[in-house]
Write a protein that binds this ligand. Sequence first.
Ligand code: LUB
Length: 248
Amino acid sequence: MPELESQAGPETGPEHRAENRAKSRAEDRAAAGPGGVEAAPFRVRPISTRRGPDPKQDRAARTRQLVLTAAAELFASGGFRRTSVQEVADRVGMTKGAVYFHYPTKEALAVAVVEQHYARWPLLLAAVTAEGHGPLGTAERLLAGAALAFRDDIVVRAGTRLQVERPQIDAELPTPYVDWTDLLAGLLAAAEALGELRAEVSPRAAARSLVAALFGTQHISDVLHERADLVERWSETAGLLFRAIRAE
Ligand code: LUB
C-alpha cells in the first residue's frame, strides 16, 4: 500500500513499516477497549423521542426541533458569528425570549445542532448494518450515505461548518473526526480478520485516510459548488481508496 504510506513523512520507510503497523494495531486494540468490543461511536446525548401521555412535553419537543432546524439553516449559510438569535426567532415566528426559553444562549443552540449532526450517524450505521454487507461493504456504504447527508441534510451541513468554526464558539463541542475514525477502524479491522484487506494496510491508518478524504472532498465541493457535485466527487475518491485497500 505504498501510495498511502509514501505520502506521510520520512518515518514511513520499509524499516518503519512493521513498527508503524504495530503502533496502529496497539491503537486499534486501545480503541477497542477491554474485550475487543469497539466503543459505541458518536457518543451523543440521547434525543428524547418519547411520545404520548404529555402533549405539553411533545409540543415543547416539536418547538425545540423547529428552532434547532431554523438555527441550522442560518448557521449553515452564514456561520456562527454572523447568525443572531433574533434571526432564528424571526425565522420561526417566535420572540427572542421564547427561543432563549429553549436554548439559553446562541452557543447552546450551536452545541445542540452539532450534537444532532452526530446523532445522525448511529441511525445511518443501523440502516447500513441492517443491509447485511461485509465489514468493507458496510464501510463503503456508510461513507456513501454520509456524502449524501453532507449534501442534503441541513443539520449535517450546519454541524460541519460549526465544527470548523469551533475556535469562535465558546462552548464544549464534541471532538470531531475521532468517532468516524474509530468506527471505520473497527470495520476495517474486521475486514482484515476476514482477509478482505491488503496485507500491508493498517486498518487505523486506512480509517484516518478515509475520514480525511471525505472531510476534504465535502469541504472542496462545498466551497466550489455548495456540495452539488459531492456524491459524484466522493464516489471517485472512494473508488480509488477502496481499490487501494481491498485485497485482490
Ligand atoms: C466528518 C465533520 C465533517 C468527518 O467526524 C466529524 O467530525 C466530521 C465535522 O466535524 O466530516 C468525515 C467523515
